[in-house]
Design a protein around this ligand. Structure first.
Ligand code: GDP
Ligand code: IMO
Ligand code: MG
Length: 429
């Protein structure tokens, strides 16, 4: 069976881009299958740093077909911007791109709605979305009446459809902004803008479900690139402080159209500590000098929005849950170098909720808010690890930390990353 999957096991930004880049050369197809331009995946090639939001990370490697599958919400302007940005740097392999005609299209009204409704209405805490129109586009997809798929951009009814939707959206937004505060949308301008995008992207739009099924049946090697992380999964994450797609392993088949029988290896990507961007509970958060130190050393600022990421200790309760949920075979532990120089490390091994200890990740966000982490302390290490290329070369305290993570999560460690560059990687035998 030819399928490999890369899934983030925390709240995103686990350095999935680096792992996908590493695996790309062993595959024929790289597939993005959920999320949209809320993702920011960093790939380093030599001295060059590439930040990709919608294009699969495989676009930097020749000879690999890069698929944006049906489960993605696609901002065509952003795709074009990324393609042009890569071309200007003499990078990227645009001809290898395939865009699903079933992918839903992000429109200007989705951005306005994202700004207007970024509230968890139950207690007023903002979700803190990336503002990329993701939630509103998925809402329209599921609602069906006001949705446009990429394939619809080439249909004769498009003008009428946009006029109809814009009329409804303008009325709805006028209710939300009674004192004005938003510029009514122009159907004619949006139609012109999107037909221009459609022309530019036309060579790449196709039925990617059929393409991928045929590839899987022919024994081609498929690499599925998850966006966000399992704790942001709309069904199984820290709802409502989540994204609007199935960003854990459960979303691979639905988002790509490829059944799970074709997936034989699922890698869970884990930072050696925890980060989160946006609102919502984060039991092991260190809103203190320790957190600031992780932020400084890990350069923990959002790839998409540049917001400072909230930082904290590794949470093995959450990781045990997300690796089981995602059907993970092995884990890749990233950014280990960031921990060098700390005297002591903490791993959360259980939560205490209302006086009771549990290692079950709570299904309700209010229970998670009350969870007090139970920590296990491990000795830190002073040495820099960025030059280590074998597991045995790591300081013994670092080896113990990794062994302990593996034991708590009950999965073998396959890779350890000790720096952002391609070769700063340890393959664990
Ligand atoms: P993704 O969204 O999961 O692909 O991750 P991001 O690209 O948003 O964030 C990961 C960041 O960590 C990027 O800036 C990477 O270049 C960087 N990075 C990846 N691996 C390592 C590592 O082992 N050590 C350090 N210090 N940085 C890393
Ligand atoms: P990658 O793929 C980290 C977070 C946002 C917000 C919540 C909902 O780079 O790991 P959305 O705009 O999706 O409606 O925002 O999800 N979020 C991410 N956090 N990494 C990401 O992607 C994220 N994509 C969305 O900060 O809390
Ligand atoms: Mg990211």
């Amino acid at each position: 069976m030819p399928g490999t999957c890369v899934i983030g096991l925390q709240w995103g930004d686990e350095a999935k881009g680096k792992i996908v880049d590493r695996l790309t050369r062993e595959h024929d197809f790289v597939v993005r299958y959920q999320g949209g331009a809320n993702a920011g995946h960093t790939v380093m090639v030599g001295e060059q740093v590439y930040k990709l939001s919608l294009l699969p990370s495989g676009i930097l490697t020749p000879g690999v077909i890069c698929v944006v599958a049906s489960g993605v919400v696609l901002n065509p302007a952003r795709v074009i911007e990324e393609l042009d940005g890569l071309a200007a740097r003499g990078a990227g392999h645009e001809k290898n791109l395939r865009l699903s005609d079933r992918a839903h299209v992000i429109f200007p009204w989705h951005f306005v709605e994202d700004r207007a409704f970024d509230k968890n209405t139950s207690d007023g805490e903002n979700i803190g979305t990336t503002g990329r129109g993701i939630g509103p586009c998925y809402r329209d997809k599921v609602g069906r009446s006001h949705a446009v798929r990429l394939g619809d951009l080439y249909r004769p009814e498009l003008r009428d459809r946009i006029e109809h939707i814009v009329e409804i959206k303008n009325r709805m937004l006028a209710v939300h902004y009674p004192a004005g505060g938003f510029e009514p949308l122009s159907a004619a301008a949006i139609y012109d803008e999107y037909t221009a995008y459609a022309q530019r992207l036309r060579p790449y739009v196709c039925d990617t479900t059929e393409l991928l099924l045929a590839a899987a049946e022919a024994g081609k090697r498929l690499l599925f690139e998850g966006a966000q992380g399992a704790l942001l999964d709309v069904d199984h994450g820290t709802y409502p402080f989540v994204t609007s797609s199935n960003s854990s392993g459960v979303g691979i088949a639905s988002g790509s159209g490829v059944p799970s029988r074709y997936m034989d290896h699922i890698i869970g990507v884990v930072k050696a500590y925890s980060t989160r961007v946006g609102g919502g509970p984060f039991p092991t958060e260190q809103d203190n000098p320790t957190g600031q130190r992780l932020r400084d050393r890990g350069n923990e600022y959002g790839t998409v929005t540049r917001r400072p990421r909230r930082c904290g200790w590794l949470d093995a309760v959450a990781l045990r849950y997300t690796s089981r949920l995602s059907g993970v075979d092995s884990i890749a532990v990233m950014l280990l170098d960031v921990l060098s120089g700390l005297n002591e490390l903490q791993i959360c091994t259980a939560y205490e909720i209302d006086g009771r200890q549990t290692n079950v990740f709570p299904s309700h966000v209010d229970d998670l808010r009350r969870a007090v982490p139970v920590y296990e302390s491990l000795p830190g290490w002073k040495e820099e690890v960025t030059a280590c290329r074998t597991f045995g070369a790591l300081p013994s305290a670092a080896q113990k930390y990794l062994h302990r993570i593996s034991k708590l999560v009950d999965r073998p460690i396959e890779l350890v990353s000790v720096g952002p560059e391609r070769d700063q990687t340890i393959v664990v035998k």
